[in-house]
Ligand binder design. Structure first.
Ligand SMILES: [Zn+2]
Length: 588
């Protein structure tokens, strides 16, 4: 398998699938071709495909492939005890939901960050075999250089984040598919003999509303009546755009729901193959069972424009905004603790006046946006925190200042005459800014806030609060459905490899869209995000329905996004595939 993993990795890297570019499609096509070449998918061509990301201007796709297996088709058949570190009782506990197919999702992303940081070595950044020869002391850290000399690491853009993990998952899916096919051939022969003596079993008819998932109507070939509870499945899913705005994962929720319904899948565990770090001992790998939340609150301040000589009659929005920034930036009282883990305080990413050019008057408006990472705090709590700080700042301002959330401002605009026409034109211009002028989400959010204030001819001092995309909900696998079963998987993983399972992956990941606990959907975010809708959204209801517990568990990697990006050769080609294989059988 070692050779197959490095072959896949080499080919995937060569696609140079830089995030938010058409090049991601090259990787998608390569992956689909790989699956189509497997005998299993030649027999069942409908079980793999490209799922177009809805509304994506770059026309990118999620690559998916599904192998339906018979649960008894594993090592346990040889009469050996399962090597997953579980007692027989726990193993039984892991197989409970009769009638649904226990399913593991291998998930990942096929986009990579650009290779500019490689400098002179950039032309080889995507060349797995030759990049090492072009790296040296000058472009690597001391640790990376030592690793380079050791020969134990593979270098190059994407090898670690995360095409390496993806290559392993593709190879394992192919292996599983081959096993199933061999078993099917055997069972077909037996079936033919039986058919000579009895009527054919009635086929289960499956309806499929989703055009992207074609019904292959062969439900019973591997799972005859009475066997359904032992049938399992492995679903591979690789999304585009993870390194940008997660359009791939957000857009794939309907695919996940469609496949679940069509094949009666019980998504028991997703394993996202993002690389992991290890503790200083070089052995204990840090794995995550949750992913941190991220929000981008936006504050726009409208002051009172006067000539600087009349300063006392005016109101400088920069004065207010900078005090809001000072009251919140790095505020440790905002941070959250979960066990030993502590979240990062608010960090302002952008603060400036909105005046174009220079003159001798106060700026009319100023705005900023702030990066907020959360464990448990909801958008409503984050909003309450910021509004509280804003009101605190305004208590020391001599002029009256109105504080508004975006939804309040928008409601006022809706009641204003001429709104329909105004909004139609705004929608058109908004699309143009995003798609043709490639303005960022926060830029267009600020543009929308200003445009709406202008439409209302609102010229009193005001502070408008809202959110800009992206939004990553904070998630913890332990609080999703079937928590007891997930506890068993954690135990199994700990028995299979030396790991430290932490809760919140601090780097923000697509796993945020694996599900949210029921009852936590709150419309505060949606109504206060001017761009929520066609331009940016995800199916919040689908998240509440899906609730897929996950591990962020991949091979051992270092220095992702840097020129020293590397993945440990042994971890990638031997250890990780072996552990994944065993973990699969624990879930099935
Ligand atoms: Zn990644």
């Amino acid at each position: 398998m070692e050779k197959q993993i490095t072959d896949i990795l080499r080919n995937l890297m060569a696609c140079a699938s830089v995030t938010n570019t058409e090049k991601e499609i090259a990787a998608e096509t390569w992956m689909l071709d790989f699956f189509r070449k497997q005998p299993y998918f030649q027999t069942y061509p409908e079980r793999c495909g490209l799922f177009p990301i809805p509304g994506d201007p770059l026309h990118r796709n999620t690559v998916w492939a599904l192998v339906k297996c018979d649960g008894s088709d594993n090592e346990e058949q040889d009469g050996k005890a399962p090597e997953n570190g579980l007692t027989a009782e726990e193993d039984i506990n892991a197989i409970q939901t009769a009638g649904q197919r226990p399913t593991v999702i291998f998930m990942g992303h096929h986009d990579v960050v650009p290779a500019d940081v490689y400098g002179d070595a950039a032309p080889w950044a995507f060349d797995l075999d030759n990049i090492a020869a072009h790296l040296n002391k000058e472009n690597l850290s001391a640790e990376a250089y030592t690793d380079l000399l050791s020969g134990e690491w593979l270098f190059g853009r994407g090898c670690c984040d995360m095409l390496g993990g993806t290559a392993v998952q593709m190879a394992l899916l192919a292996e599983q598919a081959e096993k199933v096919l061999q078993k099917t051939d055997k069972s077909k022969k037996t079936q033919n003999e039986k058919n000579m003596m009895a009527d054919k079993p009635v086929k289960t008819l499956l309806s499929n509303p989703d055009e992207a998932i074609v019904d292959d109507g062969d439900e019973e070939e591997l799972c005859g009546p009475g066997k359904a509870d032992t049938c399992s499945a492995l679903l591979f899913l690789s999304v585009p755009d993870e390194e940008s705005f997660s359009a791939g994962m957000r857009g794939s929720l309907s695919l996940l729901e469609g496949l679940k319904e069509k094949y009666n899948l019980d998504y028991r565990l997703a394993i996202c193959a993002e690389p992991n770090q290890r503790l200083a001992d070089g052995k204990t790998q840090v794995v995550y069972s949750g992913s941190i939340g991220k929000l981008l609150p936006v504050v726009l301040v409208q002051g009172k424009l006067v000539q600087v000589g009349s300063y006392r009659e005016g109101l400088n929005p920069l004065g207010i905004l900078s005090r809001v920034v000072a009251a919140t930036e790095g505020d440790e009282t905002f941070t959250e603790r979960y066990g030993e883990e502590v979240s990062v305080p608010p960090v302002w990413m952008y603060v400036r006046d909105l005046k174009e050019g220079y003159d001798f008057s106060l700026p009319k408006r100023a705005a900023g946006y702030c990066n907020v990472l959360t464990f448990q705090k909801t958008p409503a709590q984050v909003m309450a925190y910021f509004l509280g700080k804003i009101k605190g700042v305004l208590e020391e301002v001599s002029h009256p200042v109105t504080v508004m959330t975006w939804v309040t401002l928008w409601q006022q605009a809706k009641q204003h005459s001429g709104f329909e026409k105004f909004w139609q034109e705004t929608e058109r211009k908004k699309r143009e800014l995003l798609q043709e002028e490639h303005k960022t989400f926060p830029e267009v959010t600020l543009w929308l806030m200003q445009r709406t204030l202008d439409f209302l001819n609102f010229d009193q001092p005001a502070v408008v609060f809202g959110f800009a995309p992206p939004y990553y909900p904070a998630v913890r696998s332990e609080e999703m459905k079937d928590a007891a079963r997930f506890a068993v998987y954690k135990k199994a993983l700990s028995a299979l490899q030396e790991v430290e399972i932490k809760t919140y992956f601090p780097g923000v990941s697509d796993c945020s869209y694996c599900g949210i606990p029921e009852g936590t959907q709150n419309p505060v975010y949606q109504v206060n995000t001017p761009l929520w809708g066609k331009e940016y959204h995800f199916a919040v209801d689908a998240l509440a329905r899906l609730q897929i517990p996950f591990f962020l568990f991949g091979p051992w990697g270092r220095d992702l996004h840097q020129a020293g990006e590397r993945v440990n050769r042994y971890s990638l080609t031997e250890e990780y595939p072996a552990v994944l294989r065993k973990l699969l059988h624990c879930v099935w």
